[in-house]
Design a protein around this ligand. Structure first.
Ligand SMILES: Cc1ncc(COP(=O)(O)O)c(C=O)c1O
Length: 426
């Protein structure tokens, strides 16, 4: 008998390009289709329960259908879903965000992380009246032309689009340097007088997981300050996940602009861009930097975010230590299993995120990450899936824990990793 997912995928492919609404959701031979979720689990259309470590690519820090969030959203559904006029809820949420992220003096609510980084970059350009952006290779900031670039092969730093249809005229204004290389950043800044901003994921969660080396973030803060260049921390993943005040609280660095998303709404579409007052005041209508969206600040997402932030703040003394404890437990145990099996590997972990790489050299940037054996990772992914553990299907994503994971989940997960690593070895 055909699985329901297989049948649904056949139907989906006829209507939706590649059968998916975001490319990372696709994997061979076909993705499973989800019918519902609760806590740490997803159920597929065939009724199979899977323990979820993809967690909305990091969004579901509090787990699926967290009761505090669902009940506040249900109440708001009875009051209205979209007003396109301001609400007091937006003030409440802005106060909460600014309370957690003191580097933000003002904040605008948007819908997606990509919208937030697009606005952050436009703000940096509008504020400095300069053109070029510097990004670090392997960092992901959304699917828009300024950031969907990789290092060009000829000229060392001018970006080229990673997408057909991406404009080279735009990509060439993004300069690409290696993560964890502040010297390279300084050289590029010295060579180019037209730098409007530097954007970085303070912990790189889009190349598997890559941690900033000691002093990397403080060095890039020093360098950007010296040259009067706004520093953008893209905390779409790390915001609320690494600590209530994100990576900037953890590393004690004050960026000029910050973007948030994912865990802010814990499963509802909301993101934010905020920063220094004189930069944020550039936004229209008072300023001249344009940003707009019909659904920005919609009361459903705002309600969900208020409830998420309040819950994370209330539970912070238990929540973050628990996530870290569980993550260390998993990462160390997987490391031991791989060592016992003599599989060359690296494990990077931090807070509630980890990833395994099949390579014998430390993974510290794009180049070292690319050296890991993604065929082995693919074997690992499929074996885990067979044993009902769902991690993101790509080596270049991260394994995310949520507050809903239990000790029992971890035990099942470790058993599944054990079998999966054996299949990698064979
Ligand atoms: C660090 C980072 N920034 C921005 C984005 C884009 O967010 P969205 O997918 O909500 O547009 C992502 C998405 O994964 C991300 O990981």
């Amino acid at each position: 008998m055909l699985s329901k997912s297989k049948k649904l995928f056949t139907d989906a492919k006829k209507l939706i390009p590649s059968g998916v609404n975001s490319p990372v959701r696709y994997f061979e031979p076909y993705p499973f289709f989800v019918s519902k979720s609760q806590g740490s689990s997803l159920w597929d259309e065939d009724g199979k329960q899977l323990i979820d470590f993809c967690n909305g690519y990091g969004a579901l820090l509090l787990g699926h259908r967290r009761k505090e969030i669902i009940s506040s959203v249900l109440k708001q559904l009875n009051r209205g879903t979209l007003f396109c006029a301001p609400t007091e809820l937006e003030i409440i949420l802005s106060k909460l965000i600014i309370g957690n992220f003191p580097s933000m003096k003002k904040v605008r609510l948007v819908n997606t992380g990509g919208e937030a980084t697009m606005t952050a970059i436009r703000l940096a350009r509008g504020y400095t009246k300069k053109k070029k952006i510097i990004k670090f290779e392997g960092c992901y900031h959304g699917a828009h032309d300024s950031v969907l670039v990789k290092a060009g092969s000829g000229s060392a730093h001018h970006g080229i689009s990673v997408s057909e249809g991406g404009l080279d005229e735009v990509s060439k204004n993004t300069l690409v340097v290696q993560y964890n290389n502040s010297q390279e950043l300084e050289q590029v800044i010295k060579k180019n007088k037209d730098i409007a901003g530097v954007i970085v994921e303070p912990i790189l969660a889009n190349m598997g997981l890559i941690l900033p080396e000691k002093n990397f973030l403080s060095d890039i803060r020093k360098i950007t300050k010296q040259h009067n260049i706004p520093l953008i921390f893209d905390e779409v993943v790390t915001g609320f996940r690494v600590s209530p005040g994100g990576a900037q609280q953890h590393f004690r660095i004050k960026p000029d602009i910050t973007t948030l998303g994912k865990a802010l709404g814990n499963g509802f579409a909301i993101a934010a861009v905020g920063g220094r007052e004189e930069i944020m005041n550039q936004l229209t209508p008072a300023g001249k930097v344009y940003q707009a969206s019909t659904y920005a600040g919609n009361p459903i997402s705002v309600c969900a975010a208020i409830s998420s932030v309040k819950t994370m703040n209330k539970l912070k003394n238990k929540l973050y230590p628990k996530l870290e404890r569980y993550c260390i437990l998993l990462a160390r145990a997987i490391d031991d299993l791989a060592n016992d099996l003599k599989i060359p590997h690296q494990i990077n972990f931090s807070g509630s995120m980890f990833q395994i790489f099949f390579t014998n050299k430390p993974v510290v940037d794009y180049k070292t990450c690319k050296k890991s054996d993604s065929k082995k990772f693919n074997k690992l992914f499929h074996s885990l899936l067979k044993n009902r553990i769902f991690i993101a299907p790509s080596q270049f994503e991260t394994v995310f824990l949520s507050d809903a994971h239990t000790k029992n989940d971890l035990e099942k997960t470790l058993n599944a990793y054990h079998s999966a690593l054996k299949s990698v070895k064979s």
